[in-house]
Design a protein around this ligand. Structure first.
Ligand code: DX5
Ligand code: ZN
Length: 223
């Protein structure tokens, strides 16, 4: 697969914290030439929260040319890979804990034409992901328990980020390392120092007085 269209560091505003009655405005913040747009899909089974499905991803697709980074927090994501790809997802990330067959699910994402991402909950060790790392475009290290925006960053996940960097150096993997949860300028710097390359942020952008300035501040923090 060709390299990603954008080079890291990349900030990915998470629309979970945006005002959905003004989705166009929320999406217009992200600049397609340097940011991703992060979409959190939750099913009230894998996580307690319930958010949205392919219809909203399709709406987002109409509103931005940016890279749509779709984070599936749903049980058996394989069943919906095609639907999210058809809705316009550029990258599809599944949770290793949610897959009945991880390899088959990652293959389904690959075959759909989307970039292939694998996410690890805080309690999931790096070792569990190792058999799949060679197949990935993105490794998502969760820095909160998935389910809700606005939680506190878990600094002890930085060991997992460092393991991701070390494995890639040793084995020549090509995945980017993404962090998600509690990312603000200070914690983004910590994650950047550990080796993270994509920084998802909800509250630190959309719940600020001036989201545009907040996004610019985050971009600067990880530069
Ligand atoms: C949490 C989601 C995150 C969420 C992050 O389960 O995966 O993407 O939007 O929100 P903040 O940045 O507010 O912690
Ligand atoms: Zn997310």
């Amino acid at each position: 697969m060709a390299p990603y269209p954008l080079q890291p560091p990349i900030v990915a505003p998470s629309i979970l914290s945006a005002d959905f009655s003004r989705l166009a405005e929320a999406l217009s913040l992200a600049e397609p030439t340097r940011d991703w747009v992060h979409c959190d899909v939750m099913d009230n089974h894998f996580v307690p929260n319930l958010t949205f499905g392919p219809i909203i991803v399709a709406a987002a697709r109409k509103l931005t040319r940016g890279f749509l980074d779709v984070h599936l927090m749903i049980e058996e994501p394989e069943r919906l890979v095609k639907a999210f790809r058809e809705a316009g997802a550029d990258g599809i990330t599944v949770h290793i804990e949610a897959c009945r067959d991880v390899r088959a699910t990652l293959s389904a994402v690959r075959e759909s034409g989307a970039r292939v991402g694998l996410a690890l909950k805080p309690g999931t060790s790096f070792a569990v992901a190792e058999p799949h790392l060679a197949d990935l475009d993105l490794l998502l290290v969760m820095t909160v328990e998935p389910g809700f925006g606005g939680q506190a960053f878990m600094g002890d996940m930085m060991d997992k980020v460092r393991e991701g960097v070390a494995w890639r150096e040793r084995h020549g993997g090509r995945y980017l390392i993404e962090v998600d949860g509690g990312i603000a300028p200070d914690t983004a710097k910590v994650a950047r120092a550990a080796g993270a390359e994509v920084f998802v942020a909800g509250h630190a952008i959309y719940r600020q007085a001036n989201p545009e300035i907040a996004l610019a501040t985050l971009r600067d923090a990880v530069r």
